[in-house]
Design a protein around this ligand. Structure first.
Ligand code: NAI
Ligand code: ENO
Length: 302
């Protein structure tokens, strides 16, 4: 039997908060009331129009007061100041969770800010896109995607189960991980690739004929750089709050690039061939592994 989560507040009704609202309402209809909170009035109006929230407000205290569960869905560096503001307004037994892309920083900062009767269960949906804002929200964004929870060892079990239950309504699959491990893992599979994609686009500034380069850029360039269209605010916050793993990952990435550059300069075809064939083998293995775990082809069809 699940817990009765009848009131949910979502702070930050953009891509992730809006998609959560849409998915929760689609699954629960009148059984769970969603309050959408945002500093942007137009976002709030659009969120209600799209059916991502029943109630909208820019007033934090009013929006969270009755909530059984609160989702924080703003860029990471906004989360801690928001927790400081809402902590005194939360009701006894309220469950706080977030969707931030980095976890150790938030866990360290937030735990000490909350009264002992509020339970914090950090989360991170491994689903998203390069577009932001309520306009990009999608009821199916989390469907069949991984949703990571990084609960601290002493977290209330009932609170974690309640978050699992609500995430289940979105169609996502849950996996639990230690926050530090999460940050090293996501640095390599998400944060460094986003920086790499941005670097590839910025590299075009060195082209002697930029207009022709942009005109001729084909599918390969598009595929590898889609995520370079992501929101700069969000990515600057991610880099500031996961500095060690990201900087380490970038150092290793630099090393790989330097090695292949040296091999190319030395006309060392065997090493260059090995660079590509190793990558192809690994990627093919990753696709198979994903299929084995989820029982279906890679969720984004890539
Ligand atoms: N975009 C993506 O693909 C993914 C993002 N995330 C994480 O989820 C969080 C949200 O990301 P998105 O939805 O993409 O961002 P977004 O930019 O689409 O939405 C953020 C919303 O928060 C609002 N906001 C900002 N500061 C606020 C404040 N102080 N008080 C109230 N509202 C405020 C903005 O007005 C906006 O509507 C971030 O922490 C991000 O790291 C996690 C997984 C995927
Ligand atoms: O657009 C994509 O493919 C992404 O990788 C989206 C994304 C961005 C940030 C996250 O923390 C998780 C997922």
């Amino acid at each position: 039997m699940g817990l009765n989560i009848s009131r949910i507040a979502i702070i930050g009704m953009g891509l992730i908060g809006g998609s959560l609202g849409l998915a929760i309402k689609a699954a629960r209809e009148e059984k769970t009331e969603v309050t959408g909170i945002d500093t942007n009035e137009l976002t709030l109006v659009k969120a209600r129009q799209r059916g991502a929230a029943d109630i909208i407000t820019a007033d934090l205290a009013e929006g969270v007061a009755q909530a059984d569960m609160i989702f924080l869905c703003t860029p990471v560096l906004q989360v801690v100041p928001l927790v400081k503001k809402i902590a005194p307004c939360l009701k006894q037994g309220a469950i706080l969770t977030d969707t931030g892309s980095t976890k150790s920083y938030l866990l360290e900062q937030i735990s000490s800010l909350l009264p002992e009767y509020v339970h914090y269960v950090p989360g991170h949906p491994m689903a998203g896109r390069e577009k932001s804002g309520i306009e990009a929200a999608d009821v199916n964004l989390f469907h069949n995607k991984w949703y990571i929870l990084t609960p601290p060892a002493d977290v209330n079990r009932v609170a974690t189960d309640a978050v699992r239950q609500v995430i289940g309504w979105t169609g996502a699959q849950i996996t639990v991980m230690d926050a530090v491990k999460h940050d090293w893992c996501t640095a390599l599979i998400s944060h460094v690739p986003h920086i790499g994609a941005a670097a590839l686009v910025n590299l075009l500034a060195y082209s002697e004929d930029q207009d022709s380069s942009i005109k001729l850029a084909g599918g390969g360039f598009r595929d590898t750089t889609r995520i370079a269209s992501s929101n700069a605010d969000m990515w600057a916050d991610i880099c500031m709050t996961n500095a060690g793993p990201i900087a380490d990952g970038l150092d290793k990435f630099n090393q790989l690039i330097s090695e292949v550059a040296a091999a190319i300069r030395q006309n060392d075809r065997r090493t260059v061939h090995n660079f590509f064939s190793t990558a192809k083998e690994r990627r093919d293995e990753l696709l198979q592994l994903e299929q084995a775990v989820t029982g279906q082809p890679m969720s984004n069809g890539r």
